[in-house]
Design a protein around this ligand. Structure first.
Ligand code: SAH
Ligand code: DHB
Ligand code: MG
Length: 223
């Protein structure tokens, strides 16, 4: 059996017993696939980690950068109280439209707002609204802009907030300083910025599973 087949089998086993998907989550994935969106959403076990982190954090407000079909958005929004708020930024009008439908079907349209456009345009607009600090930021869009997203996350959070960055390993390519790919360089610059930032305490964890070999970075804004 190949290694990746094993990773799939273990993720299936975990999903069955620990992180089962309900109808709304399955529909979100089915609708995303039917609409031709790429199959790059977080897995159910990864999504549940995000949800647990939001709950441990006692999050009332969440910012997501990179919505896709709203799969991670649903898991995260379900960690929020009824008067909570999640803002999710998405470049593609098609992805945002699919996500908006999926969120409505999950009955989350009251607390989730999907904003369409390049995140680097939406973020300054959001900041100009002077929102209360976001308790959790999930960065999962175009990896080349990760350093900018971390800077904006710092602008939009406060002491005790948590910043999570997806896809920081990319099959191990992150360790190759000479790899010129923008996703690798963007992620490396972001991780190094996080590592030396006086207001952040951080780690990164490698993961395997049905999405292959990748990982998350976690950074807490110091109290
Ligand atoms: N968080 C989702 C997956 C996001 S995939 C989940 O796990 O379910 C990455 C998304 O980022 C894609 O939908 C892509 O269109 C979006 N994206 C890419 N570049 C972007 C940009 N500049 N601004 C905002 N979103 C962007
Ligand atoms: C890609 C993007 C993601 O956010 C992810 O989790 C996996 C893959 C991609 O662009 O290939
Ligand atoms: Mg991702």
């Amino acid at each position: 059996m190949s290694e990746s087949q094993l990773w799939d089998d273990v993720d299936d086993y975990f999903t069955t017993h620990l992180t089962p998907e309900d109808e709304a989550l399955r529909a979100a994935l089915d609708n995303s696939e039917a609409a031709g969106l790429p199959s790059i959403a977080v897995t159910a076990p990864q999504a549940k980690l995000l949800q647990l982190l939001a709950q441990i954090q006692g999050a009332r407000t969440i910012l997501e950068i990179g919505t896709l079909g709203g799969y991670s958005t649903i898991w995260l929004a379900r960690a929020l109280p009824a008067d909570g708020r999640l803002v999710s930024l998405e470049y593609s009008p098609v992805h945002a439209e699919v996500a908006t439908r999926n969120l409505a079907r999950a009955d989350l349209d009251d607390i989730v707002e999907v904003r369409v456009g390049p995140a680097l345009e939406s973020l300054p607009r959001l900041a100009a609204e002077n929102p209360p600090p976001f308790d959790l930021v999930f960065i999962d869009a175009d990896k080349g802009n990760n350093p900018h997203y971390v800077e904006w996350a710092l602008e939009l959070t406060g002491p005790g907030s948590l910043i999570v960055v997806d896809n920081v390993v990319r099959g191990g390519r992150v360790a190759d300083a000479d790899n010129p790919a923008p996703d690798v360089q963007g992620t490396r610059t972001a991780l190094e910025l996080i590592g030396r930032h006086p207001k952040l305490s951080a780690t990164a964890i490698q993961t395997v599973g049905s999405k292959g070999y990748d990982g998350f970075a976690l950074a807490r804004v110091l109290p």
